[in-house]
Every structure is written in C-alpha cells, then in structure tokens.
Ligand binder design. Structure first.
Ligand code: PBG
Length: 335
C-alpha cells in the first residue's frame, strides 16, 4: 500500500499532471498493457456449409460453418491471438434430456475441433464442457427428480471432455459448475493418456443475466423454468464463496481460472489474482458485448475507445487474458 503524503507538503512540489502532459511520458508511465497475446476469441459453430448466420442479440457475431471457423482460426493466427474458444449450436434433433450427444465423437464440436487442429497448427483450441447446448431443457447437467444432478452429470462431463480431447482440443473448459468436476475430468483425461491437455475451469461463474444473448446464440434459451441456474452458478452477492470455488478447482488440478462475467466482477478478478498464483482469465460475456454495441449504435458512446478501456480494465484488475467477442477487431488494431 502506498502511503499518501500529507497534503500540505505535497503541493506545489508534487504535480501528477506533469507526466500526463505529453504522449511520450504518458506512454512511459503506463502501468497496464494489452496485447493480442492477452485475447481469446470465442466462435459459434453450426451445421452445414451455409454463409455466416448473424446472432440477432450480438450484432457483428455470427454462427459459422466449420469451414468458416477454420478461416477465422487462420485469421486468429495471423493476428497473434493465441487461442479460440468454440461453442456449438446443436441441431435440436440431437438434443435429449440426458445430453448424450455431447460425447458422440461425430458431433459438430468434435468435427470442428479436428478441422481446426488439422488445418491451423499452432493455435490453442479451447472447448466448452457443459451439457446446455445438448440438453432439450437447456440446463448444464442432467435432471433427476426435479433438480440438476451433480454426480450423474459429472460422469457425462468426463466422457464429453475425453471425446473433445480425442478430437484434438488443447484446453478443456468446464463451464457447468458441478461440484468436483475438475478433479474427475483431470483423472479421466489422465487415464486416457491426455496428461498434457489443459483444463481452464470456469471456477468463479456467477448466476448472471449477462448471459442472455449467448443462450440465444447457442439455442439454449429456454431452460426449464422450474429450476434456475442459480442452483449451480454462484450468487452474484458472494465473493468469499467465489474464492472457495477457485481454491477447490486449483486443488483439483485446473491450469487456469475463469472469472465470469467480467466487468461487473472486476473485484473478483482482482481478489483472485492477488490471492492465487495461477493465470486468471476474464470472460467479457455476451451481455457486456451487447450493451457496448447497443449504446454505440445509438451514438451514446465512443465505441472503439470503450472497447479498449474495458479490456484494459480487465488487465489492470489482474487478468492474464480476456475472452472477448471483440478479440479479432482489437488484435487488428494492436498489431
Ligand atoms: C454455458 C455457458 C454460458 C456461457 C458460456 N458457457 C451460458 C450459461 O451459463 O447459461 C455464457 C457466455 C456469454 O454469455 O458470453 N455452459
């Protein structure tokens, strides 16, 4: 903690505006940097060879065919973005109550992983482990006796993770918030020989209304109304509980920690980064993106400056990298 000098000694000798006066000195004292290395680009994939399909609630974001995902992946490499994060929109015909298509090796996400792996060497492929794109009820797990059943869900998640690793995923990112899933997935991956496949745990994932547009993008909008995601995601009021989740996921073997959503949870990012020596990833989620785009479209804010300021704030709070739908645009300004 820096102690403030008593005000009467400080002024006029001390004038903080001196270093702010010119661009060169502002650059020289800048404490936080943002580089393409700090960005992760989320992409939505869909069936078929069709042209990109706009997501109404996420202007500028499209659901892509596998071929288009491969093109975007090449673009990511050209822009020095280290990794992409893939999310599938599953054909409703393949959704079931138990989400078993999640571990079908021929599913959309596995075909997409293989296509990127085979065509775009040197790019990190992060894949979502959770059942919500695959369940008819839209929940992240299987429902038994009217609630999302923890241990039974874990069994399915482990199979899903192994299936994705076999397809070529570099990083498994469980976003489901079941208790104990990180340890189970780590053990499952290791038993199959995938000891070098990393885990990026959505450790501090809050039960947030900022995910609305994402659920539209993957077509998981209509969760069974009788059960809320707040039976497994963290209450937005809780910070100590988020630290416990993080501690548990670290003890179970995660390689990275995700804090999600991002901007309303900068305190959690800062607390996590000062408490734990592990890379922290911030997820600037769909609702945050949609708010920026809507306000910019209305002419209320300076779009590109707000985007840079938001991403810089994540870095200042202690995030190593940020998952953001603006990744490619920002990287192209930075390179
Ligand atoms: C679900 C998942 C969600 C997001 C990523 N994975 C939504 C949810 O939990 O309902 C949200 C991402 C975003 O809003 O950008 N496994």
């Amino acid at each position: 903690m820096i102690k403030a000098p008593s005000t009467n000694e400080a002024f006029p000798a001390t004038r903080l505006r001196r270093t702010r006066a010119e661009d060169w000195s502002r650059r020289m004292v800048r404490e936080t940097t943002l580089r393409p290395d700090n960005l992760i680009w989320p992409l939505f994939v869909r069936e078929g060879d069709g042209t990109p399909e706009p997501v109404a609630s996420l202007p500028g974001v499209n659901r892509l065919s596998i071929n288009d995902v491969v093109d975007h992946a090449r673009q990511a490499v050209d822009l020095n973005i280290p990794a992409i994060a893939l999310f599938p929109r599953i054909d409703p015909a393949n959704k079931t109550d138990d989400g078993s298509h999640a571990h079908d090796p021929g599913n959309l996400i596995c075909r997409c992983i293989s296509a990127v792996r085979d065509n775009v060497p040197g790019l990190g492929i992060i894949t979502d482990v959770a059942l919500d794109p695959f369940t008819s009820h839209g929940h992240d797990g299987v429902i038994i006796d009217g609630s999302v059943a923890n241990d039974e869900t874990i069994d399915v998640l482990v199979r899903q993770a192994i299936t994705q690793a076999r397809a070529g995923a570099s990083v498994i990112a469980p976003s489901d918030m079941m208790d104990g899933r990180i340890g189970a997935i780590r053990a499952g991956l290791d038993a199959e020989g995938f000891t070098d496949v990393m885990i990026m745990a959505y450790a501090a994932k809050f039960s947030s209304s900022f995910y609305g547009p994402f659920r539209d993008a993957v077509g998981a909008g209509k969760t069974a109304n009788t059960i809320g995601k707040d039976t497994y995601q963290i209450d937005p009021s809780n910070s100590d509980e988020a630290m416990r989740e993080i501690a548990l996921d670290i003890s179970e073997g995660t390689d990275f920690i995700i804090v999600k959503p991002g901007m309303p949870y900068l305190d959690i990012i800062q607390r996590a980064s000062s408490s734990y020596a592990i890379p922290i990833i911030a997820y600037q989620v769909s609702g945050e993106y949609a708010m920026i785009e809507a306000a910019a479209a209305a002419g209320f804010i300076d779009r590109s400056r707000i985007i840079m300021e938001s991403l810089t704030a994540f870095r200042r709070a202690g995030a190593n990298a940020i998952i953001t739908y603006h990744a490619a645009e920002v990287a192209s300004h930075l390179t």
